[in-house]
Design a protein around this ligand. Structure first.
Ligand code: ADP
Ligand code: MG
Length: 250
């Protein structure tokens, strides 16, 4: 997937004089002046109000913030699952606003891995089959894919569990399967929304550390939304979403 690492040719919105590098739209994930409003029964809600962010492969960012501050919304925008109200978004050089629904789905499947609070494993499928599901939805599964799935499962300590069903696993083990499933397609970007939110503290720490280690090994750009200040503190970068803006946590 080397082509996706090429810089986009036109970076018209970048501002060479700005001290804020995040306005450079050539980053793998580039957000500039991003705003998101929701219109509901209670009127208009301004959830994101000028978010700037620039991240590249190898970066790992934890995002914390109060409940309802827009963390999931921000992650879904980066994951091309939601649209912005205004501002610029580039993901691996592509502008999601110019893509059709089917192009967005293909792009997500090829380039982005997702991990949610709930594992969303299919109960009727084995652990190995669950890891391979993103490929079944795309190019299909060959022997090399199955070997990669087994290698990932071995890497997360589940080599002996490949034929088990999700119900036979602990919560931490299920999330480790979800991590493998998110990585099976060798995505450039891994997005995790409260991935350890349903786990006890010790299990959460272990899954969080695994997520960080695997992202490093796979040279993935990792963005992880978490309630756990402890987990966030172990990330090389930690930002807080507050009042619609991302602020560095030092
Ligand atoms: N589709 C939607 N329509 C209307 N309001 C929404 C929608 N999605 C999220 N919101 C609102 O936006 C705010 C931020 O939600 P969310 O991103 O889920 O926050 P967080 O993940 O930080 O808890 C909340 O007030 C939520 O109710
Ligand atoms: Mg959320």
């Amino acid at each position: 997937m080397t082509e996706s690492q090429e810089s986009p040719s036109a970076v018209t919105e970048s501002d060479a004089n700005s001290s804020n590098a995040s306005t450079n739209l050539s980053a793998d994930v580039a957000l500039s002046g991003l705003s998101k409003d929701f219109t509901g029964a209670a009127g208009q809600l301004s959830i994101l109000r000028g978010v700037d962010l620039g991240l590249n492969r190898g970066d790992a960012l934890a995002i914390t913030g109060p409940s309802g501050s827009g963390k999931s919304t921000l992650l879904y925008i980066i994951g091309l699952l939601d649209e912005v109200t205004s501002g610029n978004v580039r993901v691996l050089g592509s502008n999601p606003a110019s893509m059709s629904e089917s192009e967005l789905a293909k792009f997500r499947n090829e380039h982005i891995g997702f991990i949610f609070q709930d594992h969303h494993l299919l109960p009727q499928c084995t652990v190995l089959e669950n890891v391979l599901i993103p490929l079944l939805a795309g190019k299909g599964v060959d022997d090399a894919d199955e070997q990669r799935a087994r290698d990932l499962l071995t890497r997360v300590g589940l080599a002996e569990r490949v034929t088990h069903r999700p119900a036979q696993l602990s919560g931490g083990e299920r999330q480790r399967v979800a991590v493998c499933r998110a990585l099976i397609n060798q995505p450039e970007i891994l997005l995790a929304d409260e991935p350890t939110g349903n786990l006890d503290r010790a299990t959460a720490d272990a899954v969080g550390d695994l997520l960080l280690e695997l992202s490093r090994e796979e040279n993935v750009l990792l963005i992880c939304v978490t309630h756990s200040v402890d987990l966030a503190g172990r990330f090389p970068n930690h930002m807080e979403l507050r009042d619609g803006r991302l602020e560095p946590v030092v």
